[in-house]
Design a protein around this ligand. Structure first.
Ligand SMILES: C[S@@+](CC[C@H](N)C(=O)[O-])C[C@H]1O[C@@H](n2cnc3c(N)ncnc32)[C@H](O)[C@@H]1O
Length: 196
């Protein structure tokens, strides 16, 4: 099994408020940068649909308002997280599924941009699972966010190094890369957009 923590654990933790930190300003700035990457993708290539893998409570969805997005598909292992997706003018589809078990459905509707934000390191085969979905067709771009390494968090450092090495090995074309830092906490995030 590659999918990491169980759905029940994610549900329990969302219920207990463990991921409330994702509403903090530094995380909000990170999500705003992902939305800006989606906006640049649209400016360069035209309208798209967004598939947000590990969408959580849909904090990215809130930041996509006003963009030329035909549909937002939120894929998440947690029913509790999915139940909290906000109302949106963008048509929303919820898929309760672990990435390893996701078949790519519903079928792509136009140009598909996948966002995998702070989720791939929960599954050691996460990048391979994305490659499987890409091989099925219809995916145009992939946007990844991953918390950076920290001296006091050796597991974060190892996960970040492994993830970016796996992404580099895919052969996907790097379109842009960003680094965001939160000086107060010493946490940083690497973000990248790939054409596949
Ligand atoms: C740290 S939160 C990130 C939420 C949001 N993407 C963000 O950037 O703020 C991780 C999310 O990924 C989901 N998740 C964890 N493992 C998953 C898996 N194997 N497949 C799908 N979703 C998963 C969790 O339920 C949770 O909503």
């Amino acid at each position: 099994m590659t999918q990491g923590r169980s759905a029940a654990r994610w549900d329990r933790e969302f219920g207990a408020g463990k991921y409330a930190y994702l509403h903090k300003p530094a995380e909000t700035a990170r999500l705003a940068e992902i939305a800006a990457m989606v906006a640049r993708s649209i400016a360069e290539n035209g309208p798209c649909e967004v598939v947000d893998i590990g969408c959580g409570e849909g904090l990215l969805l809130e930041r996509l308002a006003g963009l030329a997005i035909s549909r937002y598909v939120g894929v998440d292992i947690s029913a509790v997280a999915l139940s909290r997706l906000p109302a949106s003018a963008i048509p929303v589809t919820r898929v309760r599924r672990a990435l390893a078990r996701w078949d790519g459905g519903p079928a792509p509707e136009g140009r598909r941009v996948i966002v995998a934000s702070e989720v791939l390191y929960y599954d050691t085969q996460g990048v391979a699972q994305l490659q499987r979905v890409v091989a099925a067709g219809g995916v145009a771009e992939i946007i990844v966010s991953c918390v950076g390494g920290r001296a006091d968090k050796p597991n974060w450092t190892a996960a970040s190094q492994r993830l970016w090495a796996q992404l580099a090995a895919t052969g996907w074309r790097l379109v842009e890369r960003r680094y965001l830092a939160d000086r107060a906490s010493g946490t940083g995030w690497d973000l990248a957009r790939y054409a596949v």
